[in-house]
Write a protein that binds this ligand. Structure first.
Ligand code: RIB
Ligand code: CA
Length: 330
């Protein structure tokens, strides 16, 4: 495992202690490298999940497991297993979770692909991933068992719709008091409350998580949209001959071709990044997730009320981007 130290944007290597001392006193921005992380992901549609998993694994923080969610969690689990094998970390278990949101209509995107039986195929999935082994235990049961086994030691990073975590809370309400923290990529909290994809794909699940009382840090579009890889950074990744970089570039090219995007926005990596370095500043406020199908569905609105959570407001994107690419290509 890589040492728990970081190269900062000014080229200095800092250890965990030095980084902690840079963190503001507010618990929201705390950098705490103890404990384990479970990453719950909709890997396979947008490229940023694959980047986040590679960044997390290469960061040296302890990744306990990967759980998958949304539309075809099985295919996403096979993808995660291949990515972990390429990273040399097949020891990290992968668990497939729930395919379908509670109530939200599935939003079809241009060029969506389907199996003969009607199952959705993520755009980055290919035949080379078929049969990659993953664990039998469901993602929901894995979340419950891992959180119960190590109270106050497990952080869950949600970088897809929050369906699995909400199901874990409903099935085992005691996880609320036992999980250390949930870090969410989701929402848009400042300015117009525009629905963000992960929340919009299962607002009822997000409402359960946000109102649960679990300590939450939410990293929304307010900051993630500022974190785009530059042309030079993309070129550095393409020039890197490591097997993981080659795989990431081929997944990215498939995603570019499918959705006609040109620049990766690093929503999910910067959400993992808040566990690593104090790139992001937060404010503390309660959030209401809109669940009116004909109204505010999927919007995340600030409110005065119970269960305030930490909401990302500003980001030092240059420091994050430099660090991200250094870890990925390091
Ligand atoms: O809105 C951005 C989020 O939606 C990211 O997690 C991206 O990967 C997609 O899931
Ligand atoms: Ca995602």
């Amino acid at each position: 495992m890589a040492p728990k130290s970081k190269v900062t944007s000014d080229g200095q290597r800092m250890d965990a202690g030095a980084l902690r001392s840079r963190a503001p006193a507010s618990g929201c921005s705390e950098v705490d490298w103890m404990g384990k992380i479970i990453i719950d992901t909709d890997l396979g549609d947008d490229i940023d999940d694959a980047f986040a998993i590679a960044y997390a694994v290469k960061s040296g923080l302890e990744i306990a497991g990967i759980t998958t969610v949304f539309r075809n969690a099985h295919a996403r689990a096979e993808m995660a297993a291949k990515l972990l094998r390429t990273l040399g970390r097949s020891d990290i278990p992968v668990h497939a979770g729930l395919d379908m949101p509670r109530r939200a209509p599935i939003i079809a995107r241009a060029n969506d692909r389907y199996e003969a039986d009607g199952r959705f195929i993520p755009c980055q999935y290919d035949a080379s991933m078929s049969g990659e082994p993953y664990a039998e235990l469901s993602a929901v049961d894995y979340l419950i068992e891992t959180i119960r086994r190590e109270p106050d030691n497990v952080t869950v990073l949600l970088i897809g719709p929050e369906t699995n975590m909400a199901a874990a809370i409903e099935k085992a309400p005691d996880v609320v008091g036992k999980v250390k923290e949930v870090v969410v990529m989701g929402g848009q909290f400042f300015g117009e409350p525009v629905p963000e994809w992960n929340i919009l794909c299962d607002p009822e699940a997000a409402a359960i998580v946000f109102s649960s009382g679990i300590p939450i840090r939410a990293v929304g579009l307010d900051v993630t949209m500022q974190c785009r890889l530059s042309g030079d950074q993309l070129e550095r990744l393409r020039m890197d001959s490591a097997e993981t970089s080659t795989l990431l570039c081929s997944l990215m090219d498939r995603w570019f071709a499918h959705y006609r995007f040109e620049t990766p926005v690093l929503h999910d990596p910067v959400s993992f990044g808040v566990l690593l370095v104090d790139y992001v500043d937060f404010v503390n406020q309660a959030v209401q997730v809109g669940t009116e199908l004909d109204g505010d569905y999927g919007a995340t609105k600030l409110q005065v009320g119970a269960h305030p959570v930490c909401l990302a407001k500003t980001v030092r994107q240059r420091a994050f981007l430099d660090d991200f690419i250094a870890v990925l290509c390091g």
